[in-house]
Design a protein around this ligand. Structure first.
Ligand SMILES: [Zn+2]
Length: 392
């Protein structure tokens, strides 16, 4: 075991990374932050590349690639991201200032996912000139918090060769378990057209709200239908079920604006979570038949639209899964739990390339809130696991 690392380099780097407001909505500082990361990696002696996507909104979408070539046959891909969710109104201090209290570091993006970038560069810095069993490619992507369209999804679709690897670690997760897959996701809407009118004369304009209430009551029953689906992949131990299960939620209701007006239109939004192994197109068509039947039953005309993406999973006995599980066990000192993620992760874009992909580290607490933080211990553990994986 190496002497206890002060992590001075990682903490200083994290402070500089947090200082960039890499808000995924405005994207104002994407280019500056990407340039800073590439420059930092080059100063350590590593080759870098910035691969940018041309986005419709003309805003910059740089993705940083860092290469640690050890002339080995095996390549390890590590995926992180530099963008953050916009600071909400719950911040009572400057979100882009890293605050250190004892061993706890707080700030916007301190955990998700800038600690991972600091961990990666710290690990590479310590491994320079040492015997390593793998070449390493680190991706520091953009737009993860808004669906990765111009981030890792873009790289996987347009530059798959750059991501080629024998295994991929998505460092945008927890230390509590090794993520061996993730759920699929469907985002959908049902739009309704009614006839707008005055509430005093509703006999002329059938009230769409009154039709929607019983329809929604029936639609929420789809949750039970979805819950029948059980995965072969274990759920994390904090979940209420042992295996990943199907989920359905009505998440948006938009209708009406005045108490005395019968609304002329309505919109329902919903979210479906599929099993890692499910075909998302089949899930979408299953929902569509269910919804169409209900629309007919309630005499409603609704236009259903959906977009979705498949989840994925890696079998527990996969060599890469075993290797990372051994690394985690030897560093953390306990057998690592192997589970699929309840959410959708960037791993799904890499898994499509046929690369065994797992999620682990850097840890942290309360991401996407003013309480976001990470501890030195979490940074140290993630770094040691990563270093062991690179060396082995
Ligand atoms: Zn993240």
């Amino acid at each position: 075991m190496p002497p206890k690392d002060s992590l001075e380099y990682e903490v200083n780097l994290l402070r500089k990374l947090v200082a960039f407001n890499t808000d995924s909505e405005t994207k104002a500082n994407y280019a500056a932050c990407a340039d800073f990361i590439a420059k930092e990696a080059r100063a350590l002696g590593f080759r870098t590349e910035i691969v940018s996507a041309k986005a419709q909104d003309k805003k910059q979408r740089p993705n940083v690639l860092i290469y640690f070539d050890n002339k080995r046959k095996k390549d390890l891909l590590v995926v992180t991201h530099f963008d953050v969710v916009s600071a909400g109104s719950d911040w009572t201090r400057k979100p882009n200032e890293l605050l250190r209290k004892g061993t706890k570091l707080s700030g916007l993006g301190a955990a998700d996912d800038k600690a991972a970038i600091a961990v990666c560069l710290g690990a590479l810095r310590d491994l320079r000139g040492k015997e390593c069993g793998k070449n390493v490619k680190i991706v520091v992507g953009c737009d993860e918090e808004v669906g990765s369209e111009y981030g890792i999804k873009f790289l996987s679709e347009r530059h798959p060769k750059k991501l080629g690897a024998h295994g991929c670690l998505v460092m945008d997760s927890k230390l509590s378990h090794i993520g061996i897959g993730c759920s699929g996701i469907v985002m959908g809407f049902i739009e309704f057209k009614g006839t707008a009118g005055h509430a005093a004369y509703a006999f002329r304009n059938p009230n769409i709200v009154h039709k929607l209430v019983p329809f929604l009551n029936d639609l929420k029953e789809y949750e039970k239908e979805r819950e029948k689906a059980a995965s072969v992949v274990a759920a994390p131990s904090f979940a209420p079920k042992k295996k990943i299960w199907g989920r359905f939620n009505i998440t948006i209701l938009k209708v009406g604006h005045k108490t005395n007006a019968i609304p002329g239109s309505a919109e329902i939004g919903f979210d479906i979570r599929a099993l890692p192994e499910e075909n998302i197109k089949a899930v979408m068509s299953g929902f569509k038949s269910f919804a169409i039947r209900l629309l007919k039953k309630h005499g409603l005309k609704g236009i259903i639209s959906m977009t979705g993406s498949n989840g994925y999973f890696v079998p527990k006995n996969n060599g890469f899964v075993k290797e990372i599980a051994e690394c985690v066990k030897s560093i953390i000192g306990r057998k690592a739990e192997l589970a699929g993620e309840l959410g959708a992760t960037d791993g799904r874009f890499i898994a499509r390339l046929g690369i065994p992909t797992v999620g682990f580290g850097p840890g942290g607490s309360n991401p996407h809130s003013a309480q976001e933080s990470i501890t030195l211990k979490e940074i140290r553990l993630s770094k040691r696991v990563l270093m062991k994986l690179i060396r082995g």
